[in-house]
Design a protein around this ligand. Structure first.
Ligand code: GLU
Length: 414
């Protein structure tokens, strides 16, 4: 039996509500274009209503959904059943995952500046996989180097704001500077079990030994000696006089893998913890402890970290933990002139940009000011995939996606 006009309209409004809630739940804001496409795909009769009438209904419903709070969207969306896979096209399946897999991911920025478009690629892919295989997406601030990567207080909040604006569903936020006691506990355990050691060689000696594959005397010190040296690292040794090294393989073909550094002394006040701690972990150590502790099973990061898996394997094995799956992906660079966070910092210092959120800056905050929709960034990033090739941002492509989304969503209509 054919539907009469008002029945058809009701049916479309109901379907629009369902798709808009799903879209808003996954991406932060619902977009009319996406809802309209879904309606056409699922309700063949929708065409009969005419595009204008259909769009009017969708615009109204999308407006209503976007005015709800995050909690209300969750609650309303929870009333529907959504076939997960069909909704999340674009990203390849994970070869190791099956239908019941939860992908737990994390995005681990240094809070030393704002998010660039390059960071947003990693964050969006993590968030997407945690939605495709419903799991948790965490944000973890890597702020354990108060000297060379000094954390900026305002960056912690700005990064979370940007991620939320991008529609990332954050399950928890951690700061590594809050977790020093946890790192110390494992460092001591590794020293006790002879899997790590405190090395007091000079920097030059250490470099030479690693290059030539020579084990120093510190490497064979007893557990007692190591623990007593560890205690001295807390207050007696000066910066540069002692470090903790992981025992790997001094003959490893790659010298950087040979007994890599786990922790070192930094005598500089930290903006969050002040002078409470002076022994700070390095990336490969804290990342293993945290990924394990947070139940991360999928690590997505820039491909410059590829060799770190080899280094980290020694620590996973020493602690008897399973190493997570990893995707080392190509970097999305903003442009040839500005390809790094430090280039943006420099441009701000020199007055070429007014700040991180200057609409000309290739940061998430800049794009936001420029009128780029979060959905456009997501679509662009997902279409760029998980391959290993680095790429430059194709601003024309991003703008074209954005124009289409803005037009479909009626953002510019007065
Ligand atoms: N802080 C690291 C980076 O930004 C994180 C790498 C990782 O995800 O393990 O490159």
């Amino acid at each position: 039996m054919a539907l009469n006009m008002s029945e058809a309209e009701d049916k479309i409004a109901e379907a629009a509500k369902k798709f808009a809630l799903k879209n808003a739940r996954d991406y932060g804001t619902a977009q009319a274009s996406i809802v309209i496409n879904k309606i056409f795909a699922e309700i063949p009769d929708a065409k009969k209503l005419g595009f204008k009438a259909l769009k009017a209904i969708v615009d109204r419903v999308v407006g209503e959904v976007n005015s709800l709070s995050k909690e209300e969207i969750e609650a309303e969306a929870g009333k529907y059943v959504f076939p997960e896979k069909e909704q999340r096209e674009g990203l390849p399946d994970l070869p190791w995952a099956d239908a019941g897999t939860s992908a737990n991911t994390r995005f681990a920025p240094n809070p030393s500046g704002y998010l660039t478009i390059g960071h947003s690629k990693i964050a969006i892919l993590c968030d997407e996989y945690s939605k495709k295989y419903p799991g948790k997406f965490f944000v973890r601030f890597e702020d354990t180097d108060p000297k060379t990567k000094e954390p900026k207080i305002e960056a912690y909040k700005a990064i979370v704001d940007d991620l939320e604006w991008l529609g990332c569903k954050i399950a928890g936020i951690f700061k590594q500077s809050d977790r020093l006691e946890i790192y110390y506990k494992y460092a001591k355990q590794l020293l006790e079990s002879g899997k790590a050691y405190v090395c007091t060689c000079t920097r030059e000696e250490m470099q030479r030994n690693r290059k030539e594959g020579i084990s120093c005397a510190c490497r064979s010190a007893s557990a007692e000696e190591n623990l007593s040296r560890w205690e001295k690292m807390q207050s007696v040794f000066k910066e540069g006089e002692a470090v903790v090294r992981m025992k790997t393989d001094m003959q490893h073909p790659n010298p950087s893998v040979r007994d890599w550094l786990m922790l070192r002394i930094i005598d500089k006040s930290h903006p969050l913890t002040g002078n409470k701690y002076r022994i700070w972990p390095l990336y490969n150590f804290s990342v293993v402890i945290d990924d394990h502790d947070m139940g991360i099973n999928l690590v997505i990061r820039g491909k410059e970290h590829e060799m770190n898996s080899t280094k980290q394997k020694y620590l996973y094995d020493a602690l008897g933990w399973e190493q997570p799956h990893t995707l080392d992906i190509g970097i999305l660079k903003p442009s040839k002139d500005i390809s790094h966070k430090s280039d943006i910092k420099k441009a701000i210092q020199e007055g070429r940009l007014t700040g991180w959120d200057d609409p000309r800056a290739p940061t998430v905050a800049g794009f936001r000011k420029r009128g780029i929709l979060p959905g456009a960034i997501r679509e662009y990033v997902i279409s760029s995939g998980i391959g290993k090739n680095d790429s430059y941002l194709d601003i024309k492509k991003l703008e074209a996606i954005n124009r289409k989304l803005r037009a479909d969503a009626g953002v510019d209509a007065k």
